[in-house]
Design a protein around this ligand. Structure first.
Ligand SMILES: *[C@@H]1O[C@H](CO)[C@@H](O)[C@H](O)[C@H]1NC(C)=O
Ligand SMILES: *[C@@H]1O[C@H](CO)[C@@H](O)[C@H](O)[C@H]1NC(C)=O
Ligand SMILES: *[C@@H]1O[C@H](CO)[C@@H](O)[C@H](O)[C@H]1NC(C)=O
Ligand SMILES: *[C@@H]1O[C@H](CO)[C@@H](O)[C@H](O)[C@H]1NC(C)=O
Length: 425
């Protein structure tokens, strides 16, 4: 039933947002977006063009967010902005929850600060670069991209220069779904966050290749794990009965230096109230672990580090576990520290976190374990955050409901900042 409903929605979506047919011969196989890391907020910010005339807009990337929302109250100038009428197919696709002055109400959220505000369903032109997976190519346009207009107030807490958030979650009008429907490509996308605040990472909408200089195609060596649906929304506000748009994976155990850490496994699965489990997030700068998991993992890490003569020093907020860098060697995969493995569907499938993704340099002589304590009753037990995703390519396949991960690209002598942004249009 769900899939029938989905097919219906997808065809409606295609009908309502189909692209300009001015160039009917050109159908992109994938699109590309640049992603910068904001140095002061550690948010990941992407840029594309919107409105008529087109202007570049900066929005914070929210991997599990439901849709694009933009501040329409301040500085929004466009001759093509339209607000679909109440009861329209666009409003039902968007999950509108009311009607006011014949425009559809919707509740956009700032998932960084967990604040929301009243919004309206809207449509406008969006344009961005297509790609062959190697370079940006011809610019393509979706004339009636569905998004939410939000009040200026909910921008608070976002990086400077940002006008909203872009939701890539599992939702009818999520960015991946709208672009896939507009150009009839597969509902797959991939995120590769740069660890540098001065060199851009990339999001590919559509299938690979995903090529990084000097010619490494990160799409060919992915490890796959099933995505789980959390039946209860994890958004700050949501209509009753709505499942979460966020991406959950099944971590079954955690190993430090190859040794299994004793954990309360109940916390690792999602219960009927939608509590527990592991999700991937780009709005959390660092991985957040439920208190008992945090204590167990950090204790194991401290013990393994001590066995290597690594000296613990006082914590530096927000981190509790820090070390003197004097006894820590360096490797191609970052600081030489114990490896943390997230074991997935079976013992042979695990996501390894090496020094480059586990240790944060807080000063010239102190490295901290880049995990934070999420307290004892968080909604989600493990939130894999941005720092742990950097320089790893993560592909989400919505059609087969699985996640592919590359492991650190540093091991393949490249990084997420190595996409060649020179256009070949
Ligand atoms: C397309 O890519 C080129 C080269 O990176 C860039 O200068 C341009 O702004 C991009 N256009 C859009 C619409 O994003
Ligand atoms: C494990 O976690 C569950 C869920 O929070 C809790 O109800 C249970 O008491 C915990 N078990 C132990 C042994 O701590
Ligand atoms: C740690 O330090 C002790 C005492 O200095 C030394 O005996 C031992 O070999 C060192 N271990 C490692 C793994 O470096
Ligand atoms: C990036 O792509 C352009 C266009 O294909 C090419 O001319 C250039 O050599 C590439 N850059 C590198 C460093 O390979």
């Amino acid at each position: 039933m769900i899939s029938l409903q989905y097919i219906l929605f997808t065809s409606l979506l295609l009908f309502f947002i189909s692209p300009c047919l001015a160039q009917p011969s050109f159908r992109p196989r994938a699109l590309v977006l640049p992603v910068s890391k904001d140095a002061s907020t550690l948010q990941y910010v992407t840029t594309f063009n919107q409105r008529t005339p087109l202007v570049p807009i900066n929005v914070v990337v929210d991997l599990g967010g439901r849709y694009l929302w933009v501040d329409c109250d301040r500085g929004y100038v466009s001759s093509t902005l339209r607000r679909p009428r109440c009861g329209s197919a666009e409003c039902s696709l968007a999950g509108a929850n009311g009607c006011g002055g014949n425009v559809c109400s919707i509740g956009p959220d700032n998932t960084v600060t967990n604040s929301g505000g009243p919004g309206e369903v809207a449509q406008d032109v969006v344009s961005l670069n297509s790609t062959d997976g190697r370079n940006p190519g011809r610019v393509v346009t979706v004339p009636r991209f569905i998004f939410a207009c939000a009040p200026t107030s909910i921008l608070q807490g976002l990086a400077s220069g940002v006008v909203g958030m872009a939701g890539f979650g599992r939702y009818n009008i999520g960015l991946p779904q709208q672009f896939a429907a507009a150009f009839s490509f597969r509902r797959k996308f991939a995120v590769c966050l740069s660890s540098s605040t001065s060199a851009r990472g990339v999001i590919f909408l559509g299938d690979g290749p995903y090529v990084f200089l000097p010619g490494v195609d990160a799409s060919v060596s992915l490890t796959f794990t099933p995505l789980f649906i959390n039946p209860i929304s994890t958004a700050p506000s949501f209509p009753l009965g709505e499942p979460s748009a966020e991406y959950f994976i099944g971590v079954k155990s955690i190993k430090v230096n190859g040794k299994r850490v004793p954990l309360n496994t109940t916390l690792l699965s999602i219960n009927r109230e939608g509590v527990g489990g592991t999700k991937i997030s780009t709005v959390n700068p660092y991985t957040v672990l439920e208190d008992s998991i945090f204590k167990a993992v950090t204790e194991a890490f401290i013990n393994e580090a001590a066995a290597r003569n690594i000296t613990r020093v006082a914590g530096v907020a927000p981190f509790e576990v820090c070390f003197s860098s004097s006894n820590i060697g360096s490797t191609r995969l970052g600081a030489a520290v114990p490896t943390i493995d997230l074991v997935l569907q079976n013992e042979d499938v695990f996501w390894s976190i090496f020094g480059a993704n586990s240790m944060v340099e807080v000063s010239s002589d102190v490295l901290c374990l880049g995990f934070v304590n999420g307290g004892s009753n968080p909604q989600t037990s493990i939130v894999l955050g941005g720092y742990q995703l950097e320089d790893n390519l993560v592909q989400l396949d919505l059609a087969t409901s699985r996640l592919g991960f590359s492991s650190t690209l540093l091991g393949r002598q490249t990084t997420c900042a190595n996409f060649n942004f020179t256009s070949i249009a």
